[in-house]
Ligand binder design. Sequence first.
Ligand code: XMP
Ligand code: MG
Length: 191
Amino acid sequence: ADGLVESVPDEFQDQVARVLLSEERIGARVKELGAQIGEAYRDQPLVILGVLTGSYMFVADLTRAIPLSKLEVYFIKASSYEGTGSSGQVKLSGLDHVDLTGRHVLIVEDIVDTGLTLQKLKQAVRELDCKSVAACTLLHKNTSRRLEGTPPVEFVAFEIADEFVVGYGLDYNQSLRHLPFVGIFRTKSAS
Ligand code: XMP
Ligand code: MG
């Protein structure tokens, strides 16, 4: 904001090309979104279903910003990615340990790219007879790879361009999740 371009810390220069969303910007937006979610569910009990591993940091910050007195947090695991390209398959695990019958469920994702993961997840959660299912994502990629018929995302923190991003939970081959900001991954090219 304010024309300030935040710089990538020295130790990450070789892996991160530039900062896309600063820690401050993420923090402000997450607070806004938490309030919005509180409004949407008012005093109804809510179940947050975080999708590991990418959403761990977002869930930690978002839940602290949701002003509801009755909120439960669970994590499930979804894996679909190898390196920077989608494998086209989604493996879900952990859903069998959560009782969602009659509950309002909010699925919290790190990023929606093709939409495949969210589609599989919403389908699987719906089959568990919950009262409602909605989705929240930190990042929503503006991509031509979005699959037809994938479900809407009710709560989006940031719309981003079609670039591979890392940090604030998002990884490249399991690393860089711990960056407090979201950065554009520096693709190593043979030039
Ligand atoms: P889909 O295509 O199913 O995306 O909507 C699902 C998963 O893909 C991963 N993904 C990324 N991970 N940087 C990442 O670190 C990215 O730019 C990116 N794009 C997609 C992510 O795990 C997401 O849940
Ligand atoms: Mg990933």
